[in-house]
Each structure stands twice: as C-alpha cells, then as structure tokens.
Design a protein around this ligand. Structure first.
Ligand code: AMP
Ligand code: ZN
Length: 113
C-alpha cells in the first residue's frame, strides 16, 4: 500500500535491519528497541490491524508465531520472551500495518501501561 511505512520497508524503499524474510513475512529490528532483543514481524500483505483479520488469515498468523519461536531460539531467548500486537488506537498501535513485536533478553513487567 502506498504511504504505508511498513510496506515501504518490506519493498526496500525505506532501509531496515532485516532479521528474517520468507514468502509471507518480513522481520526487522525495531528502530526504538525496548529490550536487548526487539524485532517486528510483519506480513508482506498489507493488513491494517488484528481487528481486520479474516478466516483467510488463520494460517498466516500461525506462521508468524512459528517464525517468532524460531527467531527467539536463534537469538538465545531460552528463558522466554514476549510477543505483542498493539491493535488500533486504544491498543497503542502507531503504524497501521499489522505487526508483532518480539521482545526478550530481560524480564518483562506486567501489567502494561
Ligand atoms: P506500534 O506502536 O505497536 O504500532 O509499533 C510500531 C513500532 O514500529 C514501534 O516500536 C517503532 O519503534 C517501530 N518503528 C517505527 N519506524 C520504524 C522503522 N523505520 N524501522 C524500524 N522500526 C520502526
Ligand atoms: Zn502496509
């Protein structure tokens, strides 16, 4: 989608620090890391938010979680990690292309703000 930051990152118009790519997803380090490990997994298809998913996206979302697990293993997050999806305004979503944060390398707090 024109004018979408993450579509531009996926197609290389905006540079990013890629950590993984396949036919369905692109993963890159967050520019404003909130933990020693903090990367984002985004589908290559432009989907605005979790609220816009349909049954057609079921396999995609499962795939994203398996990619998160594989990358977390590769990055040595043996003690756990957090996967976050902020959905729309009240959820704190600032980029309207669905993405999953994977954070690790420190103990996370709860509840979120
Ligand atoms: P959210 O607030 O859940 O929508 O998350 C958006 C995330 O995108 C934030 O953690 C930002 O730091 C991150 N971000 C914004 N621009 C870039 C960029 N050019 N490269 C990497 N991460 C970015
Ligand atoms: Zn997009």
């Amino acid at each position: 989608m024109e004018d979408c930051l993450f579509c531009k990152i996926i197609n290389g118009q905006i540079p990013s620090d890629c950590v993984y790519e396949d036919e369905l997803v692109y993963a890159f380090n967050d520019i404003d890391a909130q933990a020693p490990v903090h990367f984002l997994i985004v589908p290559k298809e432009h989907i605005e938010s979790a609220d816009d998913l349909t049954k057609d996206n079921k396999d995609l979302i499962g795939h994203i979680y398996l990619v998160a697990q594989k990358l977390a293993k590769e990055k040595g997050l043996t003690n756990g990690y957090r996967i976050v999806n902020n959905c729309k305004d009240d959820g704190g979503q600032t980029v309207n292309h669905i993405h999953f944060h994977v954070l690790g390398g420190r103990s996370m707090q709860w509840p979120p703000g």
